[in-house]
Ligand binder design. Sequence first.
Ligand SMILES: [Mg+2]
Length: 128
Amino acid sequence: MKKRTIAFDLDATICNSIRRFHPEDILKVKPYPKMVKLMRELKAEGHEVIIFTRRGCLPNGRKLTKKWIKMHDIPCDKLITNKPHYDLLIDDRSMSPFNGWISTGTVESQIELIYEQMKKKTYRPRKK
Ligand SMILES: [Mg+2]
């Protein structure tokens, strides 16, 4: 199996969102067990697991997030804390944590599906 790099958003993906501008919430939130299980499985399969968040903009955001990751034994090969703010992410290699793929398929099958759609150009915007 090809080793993949899998990036996870943090708030509302691995755990409940923390209140804006409340870094003291970072150590209080509980991770979603299903997501942590998936991350551990991916790590055990040899994939690189990255956490991508914008908590770096909070005072001690990076330090507290690192501590939280360690507290909950969440696999994280790289922590990126300078994610920009956005209201919608449009990305050709993204999956929503809400669409059920976690329980219905493997990461490999989801990646293959995206690649297939990209090849067929069903995933790309049409040229004018
Ligand atoms: Mg989020």
